[in-house]
Design a binder for this molecule. Sequence first.
Ligand code: ATP
Ligand code: MG
Length: 288
Amino acid sequence: MLKIENLSKNFGKKVALSDINLELNSGIYGLLGDNGAGKSTLMRILVGVDKPTSGQIYYQEEEISQLKEKYRSPLGYMPQEFSVFPGFTAYEFLTYMGALKGLSKATLKEKIPQVLSFVNLEDAKDKKVIHFSGGMKRRVGIAQAILNDPKILILDEPTAGLDPGERIRFSNILSNMSKDKMILFSTHIISDIEAITKNIIILNDGKMTAKTTSDKLIESMKGKVFEKSIPFQDLSRYDKKVQIIRMRYEGQALKIRYTGRPLDGSLPVEAKLEDYYIFHRNKSCHTL
Ligand SMILES: Nc1ncnc2c1ncn2[C@@H]1O[C@H](COP(=O)(O)OP(=O)(O)OP(=O)(O)O)[C@@H](O)[C@H]1O
Ligand SMILES: [Mg+2]
């Protein structure tokens, strides 16, 4: 559906995206990367809000900058910084966004209740959005992005600020929606990706370091992840020896989960996506 070729973006001397090549078809893709990795920049360029420094993006074989309206109508986008007009109720805001998207009054009358129910905000439809919690604002953001039944849905950190219940609901909704759509969502939350899709794209400091499935990434960590209980005061010593992925208190001791040469008394554990991500996050280019 979308083809990205040799895409780069510089902000002055800062290289925000470097030579990205990517093909996105129908299905859900999770875009994972640390703060400043380039996720929002990539999404802004994909939806045409920003221009690349070099490279091309094709939608059904045509360059998007040539398509104009023809590209806008299949697109749904929720930016990371999502602001709404303070005086609007959720219903009014959606009406306004729908009008901007060129939807007719009759279509909106049918669509708005559907999307409100989709994001579980029917009861709040007449409340002013300014009084909404962060999670509710996010859900209004998702609602406006899907008003036009987009073929390409781009959601920048849609789960930020959602509580665990909302998160599960959101995963289910997204999974049900993906049949004929391409959905790209960004997140820092690895468990959100695991709950929603197997297709993962990892950005690391502007470079795409992986575009694969979570199964393959987990497979690559097999036999490389261990756990060991250590006295709390020894943490800094162990931190120099191995790469600690995560730790937790266990009674008086600290249980560390790590990769590297196995320490005495360590047990290998089943690898998880998080192990891959943390293990590779500081390495530069590691294309799978
Ligand atoms: N308009 C801009 N002007 C200058 N630098 C920018 C601009 N937008 C982004 N950058 C820089 O480009 C890099 C990528 O930023 P981007 O917002 O795409 O990262 P991100 O992965 O979305 O991060 P986060 O997880 O914090 O949202 C960062 O170093 C950022 O400071
Ligand atoms: Mg961002």
